[in-house]
Design a protein around this ligand. Structure first.
Ligand code: FAD
Ligand code: DLZ
Ligand code: SF4
Length: 518
């Protein structure tokens, strides 16, 4: 029989390891839209649309190039509803001599995949995913014997390995990291050139109809779908970024402006994670922009660090820490996720804007995810599992391998500090400095307690007070306790009472937004 090559929804890459060296007349490619994947969490409607549409376009491209593709649509008769069920059906149908598949990105799916060899009446090979720059064994070797894993040191290794922005064995410009130049608050009226938006074509419109019909109760707005769904469109999005926005990417990386949903960010994560764009290729293009004198070093280095640093690092960290990372809760946070994360109905202007963007675009940019949505969840003590589910549902670029380390380890400190050297906790002052949100808010960032005080202020001290024992020993944060102690008992009580009053009023979400009812 032929070789059966299952390609998963985030493996839409023509040079995928399982296609390399295969001949077209001896290979059957299997792609499957399955109920289990679409509902193990109730993904944002745009996320399902993006993945199904990109899968259908990719299948069409493969067929045009002469490959045989067995494509199973969600509503096809007999669809077994799961990867294993669909591969089993394909094995029956095609009697392959071998199933050759690239390892899944998520632990959940990889566990399942490892059972395939016992289930099917043919050989099964699981290949390494060559689309990452750092292999897992390389990461594990780097991580061995280190008590703390820090991105910065890993990143330097990746710079050396790829040769990106290297001047011999020294970093270009003399420094590895130019983040200190990348913290500009937004000037009045800061706005960025508009990114290319992609109108749904016939394939996408079909999928939109399917998603409205079958996943109508999932979170998110679908009228505003404009993601690239093919490699060609993704390339166009990348071209526009390198021509028009990378120049200011660095300085305004942490800036937030009401209603400006992408600013100078690349908006390429959905395409990279699906496999439409190659991360290394993008970094090489960024380096070329710098060499051509079209963007400053701090912007280009910042962009490259996000990809060969953070992106590779969280992936290595995920596999290094699974499966216990999904249950980590070092700070013992137990509160339910507030309802407003789903409805956007809150009078905190910063959160309302970030949630609106999340609902309309299935996207929020990094500092919104980290310092507004994440910071609130940390300070309010929301249970990690609930926060994890939310992030996995709402972002079109969310797969557990990248979502979980960012949520559990980076924003919630649930791993007890293996990934981040301190919790990213901040009061209203930070948000006020880096955004124009507070201007239009009913609360005042300068007011510390009582009526009209920005809730981040008392929550910040409530959090610090509550976790004193653990955080006081942390050399990057311990110093703030002398400020707290100097306030004296009355002032401290005001902070703690304000925080408790606020927390008591938080409405937890009704069940059913994140996971289907059993
Ligand atoms: P840019 O700002 O243009 O950055 C360029 C690229 O760098 C991104 O496309 C992405 O591939 C990579 N990158 C940047 N930061 C990170 C990071 N922290 N981890 C991994 N890659 C990074 N990114 C996801 O792709 N999927 C997620 O599920 C996800 N969840 C996140 C959850 C939280 C709590 C936080 C703080 C960050 C999360 N990120 C996630 C990282 C980051 O927010 C997004 O990658 C980014 O906003 C995507 O927009 P962009 O392409 O315009 O990014
Ligand atoms: C996220 C997702 C969704 C919603 N649906 C599918 C699907 O029907 N078929 C598919 O092949 N992939 C889907 N995906 C992406 C997978 O969840 C992703 O490839 C794995 O989780 C990676 O381990
Ligand atoms: Fe957010 Fe506080 Fe500013 Fe309101 S005052 S926008 S709640 S930081």
């Amino acid at each position: 029989g032929p070789v059966l090559v299952p390609i998963l929804g985030d493996q839409l890459t023509r040079t995928l390891a399982s296609l390399r060296g295969r001949t077209k007349d001896d290979t059957i490619i299997l792609m499957m839209e399955v109920w289990d994947e679409a509902t193990y969490v109730k993904h944002h409607k745009q996320k399902i649309t993006l993945i199904f549409s990109a899968m259908r376009h990719f299948a069409e491209e493969l067929r045009d190039a002469g490959w045989t593709v067995d494509y199973v649509q969600l509503d096809d008769e007999g669809n077994a509803g799961s990867f294993a069920g669909e591969v089993a059906r394909a094995v029956e149908k095609h009697s392959p001599r071998l199933v050759s598949v690239v390892e899944a990105g998520e632990w959940r799916v990889r566990q399942d995949m490892e059972q395939w060899a016992d289930k099917f009446a043919c050989d099964v090979e699981i290949l390494r995913d060559g689309r990452f720059i750092c292999s897992q064994s390389e990461f594990d070797e780097w991580a061995a014997d280190r008590k703390e894993l820090r991105m910065e040191f890993f990143y330097r290794e990746m710079r050396r390995k790829t040769g990106l922005l290297m001047d011999g064995d020294k970093p270009e410009g003399g420094e590895w990291n130019y983040d200190s130049e990348n913290r500009k608050p937004p000037k009045d009226g800061l706005s960025a050139p508009e990114r290319p938006k992609f109108e749904p074509d016939a394939i996408t419109r079909d999928v939109i109809e399917l998603v409205e019909a079958r996943f109508g109760d999932h979170f998110g707005n679908l009228d505003t779908f404009e993601w690239p769904v093919t490699r060609e469109e993704a390339q166009e999005a990348a071209d526009a970024f390198f021509a028009e926005r990378i120049e200011c990417f660095g300085p305004y990386q942490d800036a937030m402006v009401v209603g400006e949903d992408d600013l100078f960010h690349s908006m390429l994560s959905t395409s990279i994670n699906l496999g439409l764009l190659d991360p290394l290729e993008l970094c090489q293009r960024a380096e070329q922009v710098y060499k051509d004198g079209k963007a400053p070093l701090n912007s280009v280095e910042g962009f490259i660090r996000q990809i060969i640093g953070w992106r590779e690092y969280v992936r290595g960290f995920y596999w290094h820490q699974m499966p216990h990372l999904q249950n980590a809760n070092a700070l013992n946070a137990q509160r339910g996720l507030p309802e407003f994360y789903w409805t956007g109905q809150t009078d905190m202007a910063c959160l309302a804007d970030c949630i609106r963007s999340t609902r309309d675009n299935a996207h929020a940019h990094h500092i919104q995810r980290l310092m507004v949505l994440g910071n609130f969840a940390l300070l309010a003590g929301i249970a990690p599992r609930e926060v994890q589910d939310w992030y996995l549902v709402v972002y079109a670029d969310a797969y557990e391998w990248v979502e979980l380390p960012n949520v559990a380890a980076m924003i919630l400190y649930a791993d007890g500090g293996k990934l981040a050297s301190k919790p990213y906790a901040a009061s209203g002052n930070y948000i006020n400095k880096m955004s124009n949100y507070c201007v239009g808010c009913t609360y005042s960032p300068g007011k510390k307690t009582g009526d009209g005080a920005c809730p981040f202020n008392p929550l910040y001290w409530h959090f610090m007070h509550h976790h004193r024992e653990r955080l006081e020993k942390n050399h990057r944060i311990g110093r703030i306790y002398s400020t707290w102690d100097r306030m004296g008992g009355d002032r401290q009580r005001e902070y703690l009472q304000s925080a408790r009053a606020f927390l008591d009023r938080l409405e937890p979400a009704a069940k059913g937004w994140a996971r289907p009812a059993d």
